[in-house]
Design a protein around this ligand. Structure first.
Ligand SMILES: Nc1ncnc2c1ncn2[C@@H]1O[C@H](COP(=O)(O)OP(=O)(O)OP(=O)(O)O)[C@@H](O)[C@H]1O
Ligand SMILES: [Mg+2]
Length: 258
């Protein structure tokens, strides 16, 4: 079933506004005039073949890479004009969920979750830290794991803890790079539901990069597809695939062949 309309999206407020962005590496032209907006409260899904530049896009948004041309505005800031300090401040408002959850193996779940707080919000008191840890663990449904080690958790649970660790800084924007990659179908459903719960509970605006069309369908308020360096198609799930374009059809047919 395609995602129902999310009433809390504010289409007058662009939290990300990318205009005519180009990015090459040597002779490899990856992005060729990208325009993209993310609206406040929206879950935006980005589809596209391997190597089309989806992860590059996330790095541009977070200022880890700079565009060759074009403008990238994030939360009202022009990313390419910020100095190192300003960029760091902006990045604290953006949560990343990478493919590998990258938890610290030698730390307990509690210590893993405290880490970003202790590092970035030094003024917090012990009781406030404890409360934040308990709240995010509850949000991802894993309160019982607080004293366990990452090695004792399943891949899906580690993914949830990775998302919790990001949420603990209460980001305005969440960037999910292939959140369901390598997970079994039931765990995928769990993660998709979590992405929607995060949208509702934490009022985040999110970009979700995925090859998983069930994920796209469940979490995406809007879907865009990167084709030949630009976002040529956008719409809801049915609109995106209502085409005979040979670059688009295989995505759908591979997943939902009759
Ligand atoms: N720092 C870099 N230096 C040189 N080339 C790079 C760099 N980062 C990315 N690329 C190249 O840019 C292209 C796009 O990479 P990107 O990681 O964005 O692909 P993707 O769309 O995320 O693919 P996938 O779906 O496989 O994750 C690739 O050809 C990659 O080799
Ligand atoms: Mg990628």
């Amino acid at each position: 079933m395609i995602k129902q309309h999310t009433s809390t999206i504010d289409y007058n407020d662009k939290v990300i506004d990318i205009h005519d962005v180009y990015k090459s590496f040597g002779t490899l032209e990856v992005l060729k005039g990208v325009d993209l907006q993310l609206f406040k409260g929206e879950n935006l899904v980005v589809l596209g073949r391997s190597g089309t530049g989806k992860s590059v896009l996330i790095k541009l948004i977070s200022g880890l890479l700079m565009p060759d041309q074009g403008t990238i505005n994030v939360l009202g800031e022009q990313v390419d004009e910020l100095d190192v300090k300003e960029l760091q401040k902006l990045r604290l408002r953006i949560g990343f969920s990478f493919q590998s959850s990258a938890l610290y193996d030698s730390m307990t779940i509690r210590e893993n979750l405290e880490f970003p707080l202790v590092r970035n919000k030094r003024h917090l008191k012990r009781a406030e830290i404890d409360e934040s840890v308990e709240n995010v663990l509850e949000a991802v449904g894993l309160s019982q794991t607080i004293n366990q080690m990452p090695s004792e958790l399943s891949g899906g649970q580690r993914k949830r803890i990775g998302i919790a660790r990001t949420l603990i800084l209460q980001p305005d924007i969440m960037l999910y790079d292939e959140p369901t990659a390598g997970l079994d179908p039931i765990t995928c459903i769990d993660i998709n539901n979590l992405i929607n719960e995060v949208q509702q509970q934490y009022k985040t605006s999110s970009i979700i990069i995925t090859h998983d069309l069930a994920c796209a369908k469940t979490v995406g308020d809007r879907i865009v597809m990167l084709l030949d360096g630009r976002f040529e198609r956008q719409g809801n799930f049915d609109e995106i695939f209502d085409t005979d374009d040979a670059r688009v059809k295989p995505f759908h047919d591979y997943n939902f062949i009759d």
